[in-house]
Design a protein around this ligand. Structure first.
Ligand code: FAD
Length: 486
C-alpha cells in the first residue's frame, strides 16, 4: 500500500498505513477516511505531498488523527497517507490540489453522504430562526456562535468543524437570506460571527479579520470553552491569582534562560559519564553558540566563555562529564526558577518551554555569516542530549526536511518560528498541554495583529516580514526582563 520509505513520517500527523495495520486502520474504522495511495517514484505524488501534509495540519483541530475524540470517530476524517477512499471505498482521482479546495471537497462529500447523520455530529446545514429560538431548550451548551454568511461560503461549516472538539459551545451557520434573523441580530457584514447565550444576549465576536481562522481562534479562547477532556478552568482562578497574571505575561525572562542553562548543563548532561565522538562535537557547537550569543549577565557570559575555551582546548576524542562540570561550575547559576515558563502545575512547561525560548533568543542574537550555526547547534544538542527522545526524533525529521535550505540569518529566525508552530499544532490538545496555556499558532492576533493577514480567498496568511520584525523585537536582549533572578 504505502512503502516504508515513504513521503510521510509520523510527525506529519498522518496515519501511515502498512500491510500490518491496514485492516484495523482502514476497513474496520468507524471514521470516514481520506486515503492517499501513492508511489514514491511518482513525481506528481512527491509534488502533492506538501499539500497533503498541510491539509493534515490545517484540519487537525477538527479531527486529530492520533487521538480521535468520540465525535470525531463517528464523523470526521482521519487523513491517511492519489486517490480517496470515502465511505464505501470510493476511488477518486479528480480532486482539488490545494488545501482550501480539499477542505471544501471534504465538506461537500460529508454533506452528500446518504447514510444516517451520526448523533454526535454537529449539523452543517443552515439554522432557522425556530431552531435558534429553541436552541438552549434542546442543547446542553452555554453559548451559541452564529456565522452569518452567503450560501456559497464555507466559513460557517469550517468553523463548526474546527470547534467540534470543544465543549460548552455550538456553532451554526445562518444565511444572509434569513432576513428576520439578520435584522434581529443587526447583521450588516457577511461573513460575521455573533454570540448568543441562554439569556438571549447577543454580541458580535470581535476579530481582526472576518475569516475562518480568526473566528475559530477567538471562539476556542472564550471563557468556559474548553477542549473535550481538558479540565474546566475556574473563572475565579483567572482573576484571583496574581501569579497567574504574571505567568500569562508574554515576555522573555532571563530567569527562564538561566534556568534552562542550569537544567541543560547540570541535569541533562549529567546523565553522561563521558562524552565522546559526535556527542562531543555537538556539545562543543552548543557551548560555542551560547558563549557567543547568550545575552546574559556579565558573570554568566564569562562563565560560558570559560567553558567554551576549555572545551575547544580538549583535543582528545573524549571528555569526562565531571571535568566539564568542574569547569562550568564556576559562576553559572544554580537551580531553576521558571517565570514566563512556569506551568499551572509542576509537570507542565518549565525546561522545554525555556529551551525553545533560549534558541529563539539565540537565532535573533546571531551575527555570524553562517546562518546555519545556531540551528545546527540546536539540532546537535537536541538529537544527542535532549531528554525527551520522541521530541528529538520529531525535531530531527523537521531538520532533515528543510534545515539545510536556510541560507540567511532572517531565514534562521523564521525557520525556528515556523517549526515551533508545527510542534504547537501537533501538540494542541495533547495530554502534555497546560490547560492554562493552550498551544496556539504563535504569535496570536492579540500579540501581533500585523503578523496576520488575509488572502483574497479569505484564507489566513502570515505576513512574514511583520513576523520577523516582531520576533527580532520580542526575543531581543533589550526586551529580556531581569526580574526574579537569584
Ligand atoms: P512552548 O511550546 O514550549 O513555547 C514556549 C514559549 O515560546 C511560549 O510560551 C511562547 O511565548 C513562545 N512560542 C510559542 N510558539 C512559538 C513560535 N512558533 N515561535 C516563537 N516562540 C514561540 N513535546 C511533545 O510532547 N512532543 C514533541 O514531539 C515535542 N517536541 C519538542 C521539540 C523540541 C525541540 C522542544 C524544545 C520541545 C518539544 N516538546 C515536545 C515540548 C513542547 O514543544 C513544549 O515545549 C512543552 O509542551 C511546553 O509547552 P509551553 O506551553 O510551555 O510552550
Amino acid at each position: 500500500l504505502i512503502s516504508e520509505a515513504g513521503l510521510y513520517t509520523a510527525s506529519d500527523q498522518i496515519i501511515i498505513l502498512s500491510p500490518e495495520n491496514v485492516d484495523s486502520g482502514l476497513f474496520n474504522s468507524t471514521a470516514a477516511l481520506l486515503v492517499e495511495f501513492y508511489a514514491t517514484w511518482c513525481g506528481h505524488c512527491v509534488a502533492f505531498s506538501p499539500t497533503w501534509k498541510s491539509l493534515a495540519r490545517d484540519i487537525k483541530g477538527s479531527c486529530d488523527s492520533e487521538d480521535w475524540s468520540n465525535a470525531c470517530r463517528k464523523f470526521n476524517f482521519a487523513i491517511t497517507g492519489m486517490h480517496y477512499i470515502l465511505k464505501y471505498i470510493k476511488i477518486v482521482n479528480r480532486f482539488p490540489r490545494d488545501v482550501r479546495g480539499l477542505r471544501h471537497y471534504i465538506i461537500d462529500k460529508l454533506e452528500m453522504h446518504n447514510e444516517a447523520w451520526p448523533p454526535a455530529c454537529p449539523p452543517l446545514e443552515t439554522a432557522s430562526e425556530a431552531e435558534i429560538d429553541n436552541f438552549f431548550q434542546t442543547n446542553n451548551v452555554k453559548l451559541l456562535a452564529l456565522v452569518f454568511e452567503s450560501k456559497d461560503s464555507y466559513v460557517g461549516r469550517e468553523v463548526t468543524l474546527d470547534l467540534l472538539q470543544y465543549e460548552n459551545i455550538a456553532v451554526r451557520r445562518v444565511l444572509d437570506t434569513e432576513t428576520s434573523l439578520v435584522s434581529r441580530f443587526g447583521v450588516t457584514d457577511f461573513p460575521s460571527c455573533y454570540l448568543y447565550n441562554s439569556s438571549r444576549h447577543i454580541s458580535r465576536l470581535k476579530v481582526l479579520n472576518e475569516a475562518r481562522t480568526f473566528y475559530s481562534y477567538a471562539l476556542q479562547r472564550l471563557p468556559g470553552v474548553v477542549r473535550t477532556g481538558k479540565p474546566q478552568i475556574a473563572i475565579t482562578d483567572l482573576i484571583k491569582n496574581s501569579t497567574l497574571q504574571e505567568w500569562r505575561s508574554t515576555r522573555v525572562y532571563m530567569s527562564d534562560l538561566e534556568s534552562a542553562l542550569h537544567y541543560s548543563l547540570r541535569v541533562e548532561l549529567s546523565g553522561h559519564i563521558s562524552i565522546s565522538g559526535n556527542d562531543l562535537t555537538a556539545l562543543k557547537k552548543y557551548i560555542n553558540v551560547l558563549a557567543k550569543y547568550f545575552p546574559g549577565r556579565p558573570s554568566v557570559k564569562s562563565a560560558l566563555k570559560t567553558v567554551d575555551s576549555w572545551l575547544q582546548q580538549q583535543k582528545g576524542t573524549e571528555i569526562k562529564y565531571s571535568d566539564f562540570r568542574d569547569t562550568s561550575d564556576a559562576v553559572l547559576p544554580e537551580g531553576v526558577q521558571w517565570v514566563g515558563c512556569q506551568g499551572s502545575e509542576s509537570h507542565y512547561r518549565g525546561y522545554p518551554c525555556a529551551f525553545w525560548t533560549l534558541f529563539h533568543v539565540l537565532t535573533v542574537q546571531a551575527k555570524e555569516m553562517d546562518p546555519q550555526e545556531v540551528l545546527q547547534a540546536m539540532r546537535g544538542y537536541v538529537s544527542r542530549f535532549f531528554g525527551c527522545r520522541p521530541c528529538a526524533t520529531h525535531f530531527e525529521s523537521m531538520a532533515q526536511e528543510s534545515m539545510d535550505h536556510v541560507t540567511s540569518l532572517s531565514a534562521t529566525v523564521l525557520w525556528l518560528w515556523s517549526r515551533h508552530n508545527r510542534v504547537n499544532n501537533r501538540l494542541a490538545g495533547d495530554l502534555s498541554e497546560d490547560p492554562y496555556f493552550p498551544k496556539i499558532q504563535w504569535p496570536s492576533p492579540e500579540l501581533c495583529p500585523s503578523c496576520h493577514g488575509l488572502k483574497k480567498t479569505g484564507e489566513h496568511h502570515w505576513n512574514q516580514e511583520e513576523v520577523l520584525t516582531f520576533l527580532r523585537n520580542y526575543f531581543s536582549s533589550a526586551h529580556i526582563l531581569m526580574d526574579y533572578l537569584q
